[in-house]
Design a protein around this ligand. Structure first.
Ligand code: FAD
Ligand code: HEM
Length: 400
């Protein structure tokens, strides 16, 4: 990369603590100078501000790792086709970014710093646009899919069956991003809950989050016959096809969807492989889709599925303690493949324990947590120093 990471990092440290103001200024600048771009963004932009900032943070963190950075930017560029971001939009965004950085850098802004940011943005935009342009012509930026069925599997959870208009290739364990005209231009990630089917249909398990924009629409309002938009498949929490290691899958809540996809694939393609599954829920009554669990058990004698749900609900993640207890009782996970699927806290909660029990961090797979989930931004210089910042990003890799 042509630019100097040290100059950018020092400049970034000056503005980071003013991130909220910087991003507000950035969007005001962008939409004032390019009013036509406003229509590409959702009505409420708070989330996007944080996401863009998380992306910037990640980019700055990875300046010394050009390979990882390039991989990340390529995935981001390909994914941006669903936002209808075109190559000619990139200079506009770059101009607003530089204007915002200049505004909030005060006296520390120098021609050398401006040059470094301009070179960095040009390189970032080049990698993103080239990756988007490099996709095969027949590969759409997004897929239209009809809601073919919906089943309320719990009070706050629906199982949706989608029929994409064009084939939607994916690997079990991946997730997609989804948008509905009921919440225009709002995209959220959902795990694919089935292995590829002959009819090409897709299953999603969606739980309503209180006050959630898209999950509420999907659980309460979206009906069969409606069209949804699907972004390209993402994520690398997939089975290692050549592995003969023992396999543990832990599913919490709607994480059962991703686990189910992996188990369907395992049952169809690797009937020789044994798997232990821990199913956690806030309470026994909260466990859903038990018919699917029974069907899998009937088809695959090498599956062992254990429930880790308390009889009575105890706190939002009542099953977590039972899970930890079940893992401790098992004892040793040296050499195991481990898949964790569930709410954002699940993987951080369990990883430390699993490592204590011998698990190899390279063999633990899970989706990254959303960039902005319950994450306080460092404000003071001591927060900045003490806070371990690994800003997770949902579009970490793309496997296709
Ligand atoms: C890789 C990945 C896979 C996912 N797979 C699934 C899935 O298969 N099924 C599913 O139901 N959800 C899944 N999610 C969560 C989903 O993407 C949305 O975050 C969730 O549906 C809320 O979106 P919303 O628009 O309704 O809420 P928003 O309007 O985005 O948020 C409303 C409020 O809820 C909080 N919030 C957001 N997400 C959550 C959450 N997951 N738990 C608790 N509070 C939250 C926000 O911080 C905010 O305060 C996945 C997330 C990721 C990152
Ligand atoms: C270097 C350039 C860019 C970077 C680093 C970047 C980064 C990001 C990130 C991280 C997201 C969040 C994605 C998600 O959560 O799914 C995002 C969303 C988005 N980006 Fe970009 N982007 C860039 C260029 C552009 C351009 C040129 C456009 C076109 C105008 C654009 C339009 C959008 C839109 C419409 C969204 C969705 C907003 C939302 O969901 O709230 N981006 N971008």
């Amino acid at each position: 990369m042509p630019f100097d990471p040290a100059v950018l990092r020092a400049s970034f440290a000056v503005v980071e603590r003013r991130a909220d103001h910087l991003t507000t200024y950035f969007y005001a600048h962008l939409f004032t100078h390019n009013p036509g771009l406003r229509a590409l963004f959702p009505a409420a932009l708070h989330e996007q501000r944080d996401r863009m900032f998380a992306a910037l943070t990640r980019i700055v963190q990875r300046l010394d790792e050009p390979d990882r950075l390039t991989e990340y930017l390529q995935a981001l560029g390909r994914d941006h086709r669903k936002f209808q971001a075109a190559p000619e939009h990139y200079p506009a965004l770059g101009a607003s970014l530089i204007a915002a950085l200049r505004q909030f850098s005060g006296h520390s802004w120098t021609p050398e710093i401006e040059k470094a940011w301009t070179e960095a943005y040009t390189e970032i935009a080049r990698i993103m646009t080239e990756a988007a342009a490099g996709l095969p012509a027949e590969r759409p930026g997004w897929w239209e899919a009809e809601v073919a069925g919906r089943r309320r599997a719990a009070a706050d959870l629906v199982v949706l069956t989608l029929a994409p208009m064009h084939p939607y290739p994916f690997v079990p364990g991946q997730y997609l991003t989804l948008s509905s005209p009921r919440a225009p231009r709002v995209w959220r990630p959902y795990s694919l809950a089935n292995a590829p089917r002959p009819d090409g249909s897709l299953e999603l398990h969606v739980r309503r989050v209180p006050g959630g924009l898209l999950s509420t629409a999907l659980v309460e309002d979206v009906m069969p016959g409606e069209l949804l938009r699907l972004g390209p498949p993402l994520g690398d929490a997939v089975l290692d096809p050549g592995s003969y290691r023992p396999l543990l899958l832990v599913a919490g809540g709607s994480g059962w969807g991703q686990t189910k996809a992996l188990l369907e694939q395992l049952t169809a393609e690797r009937p020789d492989r044994e798997a232990t599954v821990l199913l956690a829920a806030r309470a026994t009554a909260g466990q859903y889709d038990l018919d699917a669990v029974r069907r899998l058990l009937a088809r695959n004698p090498r599956l062992r599925i254990l429930s880790a749900a308390p009889e009575q609900p105890c706190g939002p993640y009542g099953g977590t303690e039972l899970l930890r207890e079940a893992l401790r009782r098992h004892g040793d996970f040296t050499g195991w493949d481990i898949h964790l699927s569930g709410p954002p806290e699940l993987a951080p909660d369990l990883t430390g324990l699993l490592l204590d029990l011998g698990a190899d961090p390279a063999l633990i797979r899970h989706d990254p947590a959303p960039a902005t989930f319950n994450r306080a931004r460092p404000v003071t210089s001591s927060d900045w120093f003490l806070d371990h910042r690994d800003v997770p990003w949902i579009n970490r890799t793309e496997l296709d």
